[in-house]
Ligand binder design. Sequence first.
Ligand SMILES: *[C@@H]1O[C@H](CO)[C@@H](O)[C@H](O)[C@H]1NC(C)=O
Ligand SMILES: *[C@@H]1O[C@H](CO)[C@@H](O)[C@H](O)[C@H]1NC(C)=O
Ligand SMILES: *[C@@H]1O[C@H](CO)[C@@H](O)[C@H](O)[C@H]1NC(C)=O
Ligand SMILES: *[C@@H]1O[C@H](CO)[C@@H](O)[C@H](O)[C@H]1NC(C)=O
Ligand SMILES: *[C@@H]1O[C@H](CO)[C@@H](O)[C@H](O)[C@H]1NC(C)=O
Ligand SMILES: *[C@@H]1O[C@H](CO)[C@@H](O)[C@H](O)[C@H]1NC(C)=O
Ligand SMILES: *[C@@H]1O[C@H](CO)[C@@H](O)[C@H](O)[C@H]1NC(C)=O
Ligand SMILES: *[C@@H]1O[C@H](CO)[C@@H](O)[C@H](O)[C@H]1NC(C)=O
Length: 415
Amino acid sequence: MTAARSRRCLQAAVLLWAALSPWALALAAAAVPAKLKAAPAPVATGPMSKVEDATMFRIYYGQSFKVIKNSGDGKSYLLMQNTSKMASKTRYCTGRIKSFVIPLANFSIDTTTSPVSFFELLGVIESLKGITSNQVASQCVLQSYTSGNAQLVNRTDAQTLSQFTAHFISDTDEDRGCNFAAYVPLEEDAPLQRAEWIKYLGTFTNSEGRANTVYDAIKTNYLCLSKAAANLSTRFKPIVAWIEFTQGMWTFVKESYTLQYVTDAGAETVDATITNKRFNSSDPEDMDNFHAILCTVDVVIDQTYALEPAEYKLATFLENINVSQDSCYSFVSNRSIWRLDKRIGASGTLDWYDGAISQPQLVLGDLIEVFFPTGNYTTIYFRNLAKEEGVTEIGPEMCARSISTPMEPIILPCE
Ligand SMILES: *[C@@H]1O[C@H](CO)[C@@H](O)[C@H](O)[C@H]1NC(C)=O
Ligand SMILES: *[C@@H]1O[C@H](CO)[C@@H](O)[C@H](O)[C@H]1NC(C)=O
Ligand SMILES: *[C@@H]1O[C@H](CO)[C@@H](O)[C@H](O)[C@H]1NC(C)=O
Ligand SMILES: *[C@@H]1O[C@H](CO)[C@@H](O)[C@H](O)[C@H]1NC(C)=O
Ligand SMILES: *[C@@H]1O[C@H](CO)[C@@H](O)[C@H](O)[C@H]1NC(C)=O
Ligand SMILES: *[C@@H]1O[C@H](CO)[C@@H](O)[C@H](O)[C@H]1NC(C)=O
Ligand SMILES: *[C@@H]1O[C@H](CO)[C@@H](O)[C@H](O)[C@H]1NC(C)=O
Ligand SMILES: *[C@@H]1O[C@H](CO)[C@@H](O)[C@H](O)[C@H]1NC(C)=O
């Protein structure tokens, strides 16, 4: 690349960045001339990531830096290659912009609220040196903790957390330091959009190539499964009640991504006009109404929170909905009552909020089996309460790879 061309690229990138964020204009005006005079040190530009499905972040590439705009926390992250001049001179930590030197030498994660599986798929767990809780639903992160590679750190102690090059959080209200970086896959509306956050995290470790490969494989598999499910549903489209019981009230789970999963797996949820209602379990009239709706469904997914998932059994469910085992509901006679807490870590942390976010094809595969049972597929996240299926507890001894090796996504058979 000629000097002139590289200059144009750099300028274009800076202008693009400036166009996106008014605040950057002043910054760009001040920074660009100096940078153009000193020919930037050549930086190996590896593969780039481009957002296809996610709606809450965008990535822009410059010559020796990247900018990610995160609409979850409203911040821009300026990632400067450690070999660049900029990296040794520039630091931003304002309400709108933060800078990081990449590839990150090490990092920590607020594991009480944030998924670690994205980092496992990227293959960067060896650099994960701090976790805020060891109740993680990941065998290899537990293994890393048990072997001393990662240490437990106090999640509210910004001073201690500042020893890490970056501290990743997914609760944006918890931002307490210049090294805090937010990722918010849970705020996206659809399963693939959530999974694409691997690209966001990949930029911090120059793992774009890996992030692209993993996301492409997952997306291709997801779309293939979804197509197969659409075919299955031409004969019969099961009706699903995805419900939860909280503080004495039964409600329908209405998060967009759950509805998307049901549709993509070839089924249908209870009508939206009905799902807005709430049903008081101590009010017989409410329960009559609830039972009438349940009479029309084929499958129940019970997302009720359980302090101890292993103790949540068929009897618990039947008691909560006040029906007996010999009732005529088709989901009872057809034994189709499911929970999404099959894989749990210590203290009942659900892998549903971790591994299932980064590998939505596995959730889809499970749901297709739930809706169109073959008996020839072992579900990963869903367990059938009606068949008294139990939970799987995740422990460090289950980690079957070296922590320096990336976790491979599981690609389900699909023609
Ligand atoms: C930049 O990061 C790479 C990869 O971690 C490392 O090998 C290298 O020493 C770093 N270079 C500088 C100048 O910090
Ligand atoms: C993380 O990397 C930085 C920069 O290389 C270093 O100063 C710091 O000691 C490292 N922290 C841990 C916990 O390894
Ligand atoms: C964690 O850090 C906060 C703030 O520094 C402190 O108040 C709290 O006592 C610490 N908690 C533990 C368990 O050490
Ligand atoms: C759809 O189902 C029919 C049989 O029900 C089968 O012959 C056909 O191959 C299926 N198509 C796809 C794309 O799976
Ligand atoms: C549920 O119904 C009972 C009995 O009618 C009532 O005491 C209770 O306040 C209701 N709960 C809610 C959350 O409305
Ligand atoms: C629970 O079921 C029993 C037996 O069908 C019924 O008598 C009772 O009223 C129900 N309770 C509620 C709160 O619906
Ligand atoms: C119950 O299961 C059978 C066999 O899987 C199926 O043919 C039937 O349609 C199911 N009934 C309902 C109401 O879902
Ligand atoms: C079960 O699944 C395997 C692997 O997908 C397949 O080879 C086999 O034919 C299936 N068996 C039945 C009975 O569907």
